[in-house]
Design a protein around this ligand. Structure first.
Ligand code: AMP
Length: 426
């Protein structure tokens, strides 16, 4: 028989998974932390479809970005329209803000936690279906809002105890600044064109700024002595950047200025930032973002300033687990009915029904009549009480309730089971 497996670069999440980062309770907890932290800064949740028109991403991220050029899962539907699974969330949120005119009340601050899809080579920390926590603040053109976003991102990692990181910031100015810079960069690189990596040779024509991003050593070498973007930044953007840095200094947030940080997407303006883990040996960018004052205009006739970032949930979880702190899952308490007598199953069903009507969580053991097996199941699965209904109990109309967390037990008559648990869970 053919055995089925999850597609390459994807994974399942479930309780007691062998891979600690694939433990579903860890994900539930992390998503809850993201929600709480978003709300602490005044962001409200939005959810959008998993696929959108391909054109949205082509116009949003730019045709020459790696994502649009090489990594999108694109398909034609039955009406021959081209759609793509979302490779990122910002364009989706902007589409939704425009469609529902959410920009009529500014500022508009939204977050989402959702899966994204990129057809890249899978490796540790890089998946084809992965999850992002994305936050976007629309309508504020201020370096202090950029500082707010960075404070949010940085504060979140600090709260999780993820300290071994570096925050890199840069300004990439306006599209005009970049055009002037790109011309000088091309002039500088042209005599060395043959020595550039194949990717950079392609980018030389499509998006030369991205050559700065290259991880190839031949490109890095060539870039030494190249013109730097900061010399081409207009004075308004420079002031913006200075105020951002002053804000971060005052907030006590340490950063490195990285003139080579340009980010993969074309719609960024002014501030760009990234927080990376210092751990070697896997994809280490935990989150990245910046100001994208150009995106609304490229998708509509409306011009709106915006700043945001996206964190990869997988990578944040891996960084969290790197600290080696065991995670204690403090799930809700639950009880296990163990019907041992021949006619005790239906009574157990009815007691369970009565408990659940009072919002008291419980389950039934229906895999045989061996008490020891039922009790070890209860111990392994975090039950706090076992409610045993053996022959003696059924004839006395009493249940034996074992407090597994305290190793005590007592008999409770049938009518008192619900009040007993109500008292216990209070
Ligand atoms: P980006 O949208 O490329 O700026 O990525 C933002 C964040 O998403 C990165 O910092 C990573 O944490 C995460 N990320 C991006 N691509 C992947 C991937 N293929 N697998 C896992 N996480 C990713």
């Amino acid at each position: 028989m053919q055995s089925f497996k999850a597609p390459k670069g994807t994974f399942d999440l479930f309780t007691n998974s062998k891979e600690p980062w694939q433990e579903i309770r860890l994900w539930q907890w992390m998503e809850e932390e993201c929600k709480k932290f978003s709300e602490l800064f005044g962001f409200s949740e939005i959810r959008t479809p998993v696929f959108e028109t391909t054109e949205l991403f082509a116009r949003g991220a730019g045709d020459s970005s790696d994502i649009v050029e090489k990594e999108m899962y694109t398909f034609l539907d039955k009406g021959e329209r081209s759609f793509s699974l979302r490779p990122e969330l910002t364009a989706c949120l902007v589409r939704s803000i425009l469609e529902h005119q959410l920009y009529t009340k500014l500022p508009c601050k939204l977050y989402t936690i959702a899966s994204c899809f990129r057809h890249d080579r899978p490796q540790a920390g890089r998946y084809r279906q992965f999850h992002q926590w994305s936050l976007e603040s629309i309508g504020i053109d201020s370096p202090f809002e950029d500082a707010e976003m960075i404070a949010l991102a940085y504060g979140f990692l600090q709260r999780l105890g993820i300290h071994s990181t570096v925050l890199k910031i840069n300004t990439i100015g306006t599209p005009d600044d970049r055009k002037n810079f790109q011309e000088s960069l091309k002039e500088f690189l042209l005599p060395h064109f043959e020595k550039l990596s194949p990717d950079s040779q392609r980018r030389f024509h499509t998006n030369p700024l991205r050559i700065l991003d290259s991880k190839e050593s031949c490109d890095k070498e060539l870039l030494q002595g190249a013109p730097t973007l900061c010399d081409y930044i207009n004075s308004k953007s420079q002031t913006h950047f200075s105020l951002l840095k002053e804000s971060l200094d005052r907030l006590g947030i340490a950063y490195q200025e990285d003139p080579l940080l340009v980010r993969g997407l074309d719609y960024y303006t002014d501030t760009v930032f990234e927080i990376a883990s210092l751990k070697e040996g896997r994809q280490n960018s935990l989150l990245g973002g910046g100001r994208y004052n150009g995106l609304f205009r490229s998708l509509s006739s409306i011009d709106l300033p915006a700043v945001g970032f996206a964190a990869g949930i997988e990578r944040v979880l891996l960084a969290y687990l790197d600290q080696g702190k065991p995670h204690l899952f403090t799930g809700n308490k639950k009880a296990l009915f163990i019907p041992l007598a021949p006619d005790s199953e239906i009574s157990s069903l009815c007691f369970a029904d009565a408990l659940r009507k009072k919002n008291i969580a419980c389950e039934l053991w229906l895999r045989g009549k061996k008490l020891s097996k039922a009790l070890s199941f209860a111990a392994e699965n975090g039950f706090s009480e076992a409610i045993i209904l053996g022959e003696e109990e059924m004839s006395q109309k009493m249940a034996t309730i074992k407090r597994l967390d305290q190793a005590t037990q007592e008999k409770v008559d049938f009518d008192s089971i619900v009040p007993y648990f109500e008292q216990l869970r209070r």
